[in-house]
Design a protein around this ligand. Structure first.
Ligand code: HEC
Ligand code: HEC
Length: 279
């Protein structure tokens, strides 16, 4: 019953990482209480054996340069999907599902193949991903929030001040009428983790530096171990072997990932109370 196991893990992690959709202010820390840290939480989530810390540390060295720009530094997703809520990761015990996924990739879906990793390296990557799940599971965020109990003015102040939202968004520009586009719980989800909904399909900006120092910026079309292609500003399709160019992906959601670590529950309530007034 692997499928149903991953359903429950995803549901439990959803509560852990998305304190977004429930209705009252009661902590549901029964989970935390029952699990505490470490083994108990793994039992509760139905996870396999604890990750091997040494292998995870080796895996991180492979993950950072090869995977982080698509899946995020801590595997919580960037322009590629969140791997902490992935069934492939949650149902895996010792690399038997993750390994083949990395090895073959899903070239049609935007996941390059990595045919050159050894079995030991694939296992290290798997252990690194398991450790990320573990860290999120133990984060102690098992709280429910009533999404609109915050203070609107405090939210506006946070938006313009400490939150730094103003540097990228405007209540009369890109966020105008946002409250008419999403109900409050979804609205909160949109700012807590914008990529949660349809992040994987957004266009990825990329800059390529050629051997002669010239740079070409555009929208990513394809990337794998061997080639990269993009559509440049003039709409022209261009492609290069990876060995001949340097590639930099824009990480548009880095600010939101950092905010995720920074918000207090109150900041989230207040921001939501403010954003729901942008009808
Ligand atoms: C260029 C972006 C990109 C890179 C680089 C990349 N991935 Fe992915 N990855 C994706 C996308 C997009 C998907 C979703 C594919 C799909 O929709 O089936 C994915 C899917 C996955 C999945 C399966 C998730 C699931 O539940 O279906 C795993 C596991 C994974 N990637 C791990 C890795 C690891 C480990 C690396 C580094 C060795 C890596 N990826 C590098 C883009 C990337
Ligand atoms: C460094 C720039 C940056 C900062 C700072 C930033 N965001 Fe964002 N935000 C983005 C990007 C990029 C997106 C994705 C936009 C897209 O592609 O639709 C986004 C998406 C959103 C969305 C979803 C919009 C939609 O139409 O779905 C909301 C809501 C949002 N941000 C609110 C906030 C709030 C509130 C803050 C401050 C606490 C904040 N953002 C800080 C860059 C930023």
């Amino acid at each position: 019953m692997r499928g149903s196991k991953s359903f429950w893990i995803v549901a439990a992690l959803a509560l852990a990482v998305w304190p977004a959709c429930a209705q009252d202010g009661e902590p549901v820390a029964g989970r935390g209480g029952r699990g505490g840290r470490g083994g108990g939480t793994r039992d509760f989530l139905g996870l396999g054996p604890p990750p091997d810390a040494a292998a995870a540390a080796r895996g991180e060295k492979l993950y950072a340069p090869n995977c982080a720009f698509c899946h995020g530094e801590k595997a919580r997703g960037a322009e590629g999907p969140n791997l902490i809520r992935s069934a492939v990761v949650l149902d895996d015990e010792k690399g038997e599902l993750i390994g083949p996924t990395i090895h073959k990739g899903r070239p049609d879906q935007g996941m390059p193949a990595f045919p050159n990793f050894s079995d030991a390296e694939l296992n290290d990557l798997a252990q690194f991903l398991h450790l990320q799940v573990e860290l999120v599971a133990n984060r102690g965020l098992y709280k429910r929030l009533n999404v609109v109990t915050g203070n609107r003015d405090a939210g506006e102040a946070y938006f313009n001040g400490a939150g730094g939202c103003k540097s990228c968004h405007s209540p009369t520009g890109d966020l105008a009428h946002i409250a008419s586009r999403y109900p409050p719980d979804q609205l909160q989800g949109r700012f807590i983790w914008p990529a949660g909904g349809r992040g994987g399909t957004r266009s990825q900006r990329v800059t390529v530096t050629l051997a002669n120092g010239q740079t070409v910026a555009g929208t990513l079309r394809h990337i794998d171990d061997f080639n990269i292609s993009l559509t440049d500003a003039a709409g022209v399709y261009r492609s290069w072997p990876r060995t001949e160019v340097k590639v930099e992906m824009e990480d548009r959601l880095a600010a939101h990932r950092q905010l995720l670590e920074k918000y207090t529950d109150r900041d989230m309530h207040d921001l939501t109370a403010y954003l729901v007034t942008l009808k």
